[in-house]
Every structure is written in structure tokens, then in C-alpha cells.
Design a binder for this molecule. Structure first.
Ligand code: F6P
Length: 552
């Protein structure tokens, strides 16, 4: 990124007091953004406003922007010192101020030889040491050298984790399913609902099953309860000898003490560090299930994809910098157009879980109501992120995207070559992807509808307003490298938005209150005699009703 850093001055720090912010709002008020007119005025807009980024083609021409908008967004990015904040993150500064931690998921993909220093210590050798241990373990399991307690080969891998310890690996194992070892099955159990574990284990043979207990803190209630139940299931199915645990349970965590307390040999623990946020962790040992699925070499290609996007983010000028530009465009829609949501629409079945993954990445990072200084924000922050793989969404919610009353910026994610080519399927899929971006952008006017002979009473119903913005991200094929780059693109985009909004994108205090209350209520639900309930009347009544019905 260009680094004309802001001069230290007495400029007001609050976003809405910055002159660059007012200028952006004024630009919106005084300009029109009509995609039909913009494309008519510049026939080559679709080529000019597109560029390559770490193997992805980023087409941002169908956005409600002019060159002046981009100048305003770039000025704002510099005003909030985006280049400086990025440099601080990459340098290992403790930018997660409320937890007093560095934020260094970028160190997970730093090649050997690059130095990333935290508290005076280069962490890159440690990162590679853990990767090498994971690789060695993965090779042993994949080759059948590592067996279950009865000497049978491991054919099932069950990851027990939740949030970042589940969504990343689950999404990636599915996304890279084409490359996965066919003789192995991978399951992900996250929900504390016992049904999740029951269904996942129903058809598995414990003698051939390896559990990865994946938890950064190793204190997460859901994961530990699932792990204990999985341990019971294993022991019940393998003869009850506790020594079996050592062959069937490994842990991924930062908490060696709790791992050992659970009964997992520290030799079977793969570590990571407090400077890796859960939702940013799939490139660490948290991706062990992915490595087991696709093998260490492909896992390294996956990390190389991240790294390529990291370098792009650090080096590309603003107008051709995918995370910076798309991050600022997200701010443009969220704050200037007031869009409450954004849709992410992968046109690839393998990416079916990508929107769910992004929900945590984006909403846990930027769903914040105070600035880094703890002051309430006076501007909107993280939008609601949602989506489904195409073309399913077209037959469900696209109606609202085209003709609803909300403006929903969309990301279309697609590949030129299918990993599973089959007749005309891929051309049909891609035709739909491109058609949707075109229909959203240009719509169909009332006159065009009338010209087709549509009766006047139906003209309003059949008119498409258009002018609905989208980004198209196109890569050649869904490879480990492409997926790594895509994840890093969104990680950095989320970071960019957080910098503009002035929030800490790396803590998640908002998940705590529910956890505390649930602990208290759990005791009240299971107590033999109804305890004194001191909640509100609704919660008290629900607890009483539940207690009555659970006995039946
Ligand atoms: O409760 C939210 C959260 O802390 C997420 O941020 C995290 O990814 C998830 O729980 C799981 O945490 P852990 O990996 O420590 O079990």
C-alpha cells in the first residue's frame, strides 16, 4: 500500500469528526452513481476497474463509485493511517489492546527465514517447528503408520471444536474435498447439542477413529463436553482400556496444562500462540484436520496462497489493492449508503460453508459498539454477512436482491475451471453467475419491459431497478493456493474496515455474558429441587416449564 503517512497533528480522532469523512459524505450527496450511465460513459470501465491479486481476478467495476469516490476512499484510508496500522500488525505490535496481544496470523504463513519478532523473539522458527510436527503426524496417519490402539488404520477423523476451532477447518476440508484422501472420512462436531456428536459417530468404528480436540483455550464448555462424551464412546467401543486414549485423541491448543488434565499426552498436542485469534487460526495447527485430509505439501500450498495475498496487501497501490479497496468499499456501503448486510455468494459447491466461515471472521471481528478507547461509536460498524452457494440462492433470496427495498452489496466468487467437470454444468453455473451480476447492475427499465409488450398493470412488477453493486472474484481453479489467498483477502478486508471504524477487530467480549448466564442456568435446570430463580419473569417461567417437561 502507498504509505504517505498522515503527519502527526491535532486532527480529531473520531471518524465522524474527520474532514475526510465529511468530504466523503458530501461527495455522496453531490454526486450520482448510476451504473448504466457510468458504463455508457466509459465503455472500458469493466477492464479498467479490474486487476489481479494473488491469483484472483478482482472485478470491482460494478460498484457505485466514480474515480472521485476512490480518491475520497483512499484519502480516508490514509487519514486513519491504514498503511501504518497494517505495518503495526505485520510487525507484531500489540494491536489487540483489550487483551494486550499481538495479532500475528500473518506469521503463520511467513516463509522460513523471514523474521517476525514478538517480545524480542522471532516466532517464525516456532511456527515452522509446529508445522513440521503436524506434517510428520499427518504423514504417519495418512500412510497407516500411526494406528489405533488395536493396530487398525485410522479411517475417520473427528474434529471437536467450535467457532474458530471448527468453522475454519470444517470449511477448508469441504472446500478442498477434491484433494482429500479418499480412504478417510472427516467429521466436525461443534454443537453442544448431543445430537451433533451422536449423528457424527453413528456409523464410525471407534477402532479406526481419531479425535482432534481443537480449542485455543481448552476451556470451552461445548468442546470439552463433546470431548468427554467422545472419550466415553471410544472407551465403550474399544474395551475400556484408558491407554487407547493416547492413540485416538490428539489436541490442538495453546493450553498445555488443561490438555494434560483432560488426559491427552502433551506429546500428542500441537500448539499455537495467543497471538493467533481463533477466527484467524486455520493456517495454524488448528488446520490439522485439513492437513490430514490434503497432506502436508498441499497444506503448504494453502499457506503460500495466504502469503501471496499478504504481500499483495502490503505492496499493491490502493486502487489495485484488493483488501484495502474492497474494505473501503464495504465502509462506503455500510456507512454512506446505510446497507445493513452484505451477501457472499460462492459459485462453487465446494465453498458451501464459506459464508458461515466468513460470518465469524467478519461479525465477531467488527460487530463492535465501542472504539478501541471504549467510547461508543457514532457510526455503523460491521454488517450482517450472509450467503449461500449459487445457484441455490437464485431460487430463494435473489428476488430480494433484485427487487427488494434494501441495497445488498454482493460478492460473487467463482472459478473458470471446475474441479468436477461434467458436461455443460460448469458453463451453466458460470453463465448464471455472470448473469446475476449483470442483472443486478443494469436491471431492466420500465420502458424495456413495455417494449416487450407487457401489460401496463404488470410493468412495475417486471421492472428491475438495477444499480445494485457487486464484486466478482474469479480464479482459474479452486486450489489450496487459491483458497488460502481468498481467506487472507477477507481477513485483511475485515482488518481494513476495523481500522476505519476505529474498533478492535481482534477481541470478542460480546460472547461472554451469555456464557456466564448459561453456566448459572445449567445448574438451575439440573438441580434436584427447584432453586430460587432470580431471573426476569420470562426466563424464570421458561426454566420452570423446562424442568417440568424434561422429566417426562
Ligand atoms: O466464544 C467465542 C470464541 O471464543 C471464539 O472466538 C473462538 O473461536 C471459539 O470461542 C472457540 O474457542 P476455543 O478455541 O478456545 O475453544
Amino acid at each position: 500500500m502507498e504509505s504517505h503517512r498522515r503527519q502527526p497533528s491535532d486532527q480529531p480522532r473520531a471518524l465522524d469528526l474527520r474532514p475526510e469523512w465529511s468530504a466523503l459524505l458530501e461527495h455522496r450527496r453531490s454526486s450520482t452513481f448510476d451504473l448504466r450511465a457510468l458504463f455508457a460513459a466509459e465503455p472500458a470501465r469493466g477492464e479498467r476497474m479490474a486487476f489481479p491479486a494473488a491469483g484472483w481476478w478482482v472485478d470491482w467495476s460494478k460498484h457505485l463509485v466514480t474515480d472521485a469516490t476512490v480518491r475520497h476512499l483512499r484519502t480516508l484510508a490514509n487519514a486513519v493511517d491504514l498503511p501504518g496500522r497494517s505495518a503495526a500488525m505485520f510487525a507484531g505490535e500489540r494491536i489487540n489492546s483489550t487483551e494486550d496481544r499481538a495479532v500475528l496470523h500473518v506469521a503463520l504463513r511467513a516463509p522460513k527465514g523471514v523474521r517476525v519478532v514478538v517480545d524480542g523473539k522471532d516466532v517464525v522458527p516456532e511456527v515452522h517447528a509446529v508445522l513440521d510436527r503436524c506434517a510428520e503426524f499427518a504423514e504417519r496417519v495418512r500412510s497407516g503408520t500411526w494406528t489405533g490402539a488395536s493396530g487398525r488404520r485410522i479411517r475417520n477423523v473427528v474434529n471437536l471444536g467450535i467457532g474458530g476451532s471448527d468453522l475454519g477447518p470444517a470449511m477448508c476440508v469441504e472446500a478442498l474435498g477434491h484433494y482429500a484422501e479418499r480412504g478417510m472420512r472427516f467429521r466436525f462436531v461443534s454443537n453442544v447439542d448431543g445430537t451433533h456428536l451422536a449423528v457424527a459417530l453413528r456409523d464410525l468404528d471407534p477402532h479406526e477413529t481419531l479425535f482432534i480436540v481443537c480449542s485455543k483455550t481448552f476451556t470451552t464448555l461445548e468442546t470439552l463436553l463433546n470431548a468427554r462424551s467422545a472419550r466415553d464412546w471410544l472407551l465403550a467401543g474399544t474395551g475400556g482400556d484408558a491407554r487407547a486414549i493416547g492413540r485416538h485423541f490428539v489436541a490442538v491448543s495453546t493450553n498445555a496444562v488443561e490438555v494434560q488434565r483432560f488426559g491427552i499426552d502433551p506429546a500428542n498436542m500441537f500448539g499455537f500462540w495467543d497471538w493467533v485469534g481463533g477466527r484467524y487460526s486455520v493456517g495454524s495447527a488448528v488446520g490439522l484436520s485439513l492437513m490430514l485430509a490434503i497432506g502436508p505439501q498441499r497444506f503448504r500450498e494453502f499457506l503460500a496462497g495466504y502469503r501471496a495475498m499478504d504481500e499483495h496487501f502490503l505492496e499493491a497501490p490502493f486502487e489495485r489493492n484488493a483488501p484495502a479497496l474492497l474494505g473501503l468499499l464495504a465502509v462506503w456501503y455500510r456507512n454512506v449508503f446505510g446497507c445493513p448486510t452484505r451477501a457472499v455468494l460462492p459459485y462453487d459447491q465446494y465453498l458451501a460453508r464459506f459464508p458461515a466461515y466468513l460470518q465469524q471472521l467478519d461479525m465477531e471481528s467488527n460487530g463492535k459498539r465501542v472504539t478501541k478507547d471504549g467510547e461508543p461509536v457514532r457510526w455503523a460498524t460491521g454488517p450482517i454477512v450472509w450467503g449461500e452457494p449459487g445457484t441455490n440462492g437464485q431460487h430463494a433470496f435473489f428476488q430480494l436482491l433484485h427487487q427488494g427495498t434494501e441495497l445488498v452489496p454482493c460478492d460473487f466468487i467463482a472459478f473458470s475451471r471446475s474441479l468436477e467437470p461434467r458436461g455443460e454444468h460448469h458453463d451453466q453455473l458460470m453463465a448464471n453467475c455472470f448473469a446475476q451480476t449483470e442483472a443486478l447492475a443494469f436491471g431492466k427499465t420500465a420502458d424495456e419491459v413495455r417494449a416487450e409488450g407487457v401489460p401496463e398493470a404488470l410493468v412495475g412488477h417486471k421492472t428491475f431497478p438495477g444499480n445494485r453493486p457487486s464484486t466478482t472474484l474469479l480464479a482459474e481453479q479452486l486450489t489450496p493456493h487459491a483458497l488460502g489467498a481468498l481467506i487472507a483477502l477477507y481477513e485483511h478486508q475485515v482488518f481494513v474496515q476495523g481500522v476505519v471504524w476505529g474498533v478492535n477487530s481482534f477481541d470478542q467480549w460480546g460472547v461472554e455474558l451469555g456464557k456466564v448466564l448459561a453456566k448459572r442456568i445449567a445448574g438451575e435446570l439440573s438441580a434436584a429441587v427447584e432453586p430460587a430463580l432470580r431471573h426476569d419473569s420470562s426466563t424464570n417461567a421458561l426454566i420452570r416449564r423446562y424442568r417440568q417437561q424434561r422429566k417426562a
